[in-house]
Design a binder for this molecule. Sequence first.
Ligand SMILES: [Cu+2]
Length: 113
Amino acid sequence: MNASTTRRAVLIGAAAAAAALKTGAASASGPVTHIVRIKRFAFVPEQIKVNVGDTIQWINEDLAPHTATADDFEWDTGELVQNQVAKVVVTDDMQTSYFCVFHPHMKGRIVRV
Ligand SMILES: [Cu+2]
């Protein structure tokens, strides 16, 4: 899964950049972090409303491993084991429908406002 590993590296870099951006930016209009819990084989909440520049953070609360993966595989958290966290920064053109590669019935949606 070399391609997947590369994508993951890119995502980690983006998350670090966003974290740096947030530091000292306490403005209500600045980027925010949206938390999506993965529990009982579902994304909670299933749909989130975000702005470009915001960060989405998934945390896997299940025993089973999960992913949050764009429907077109453009972005991917990679495998998340229990209590593992992954962050993705919202971009202008990102795929907004996603699923879990291990359990394709698990679906989530990102709505840009
Ligand atoms: Cu899953």
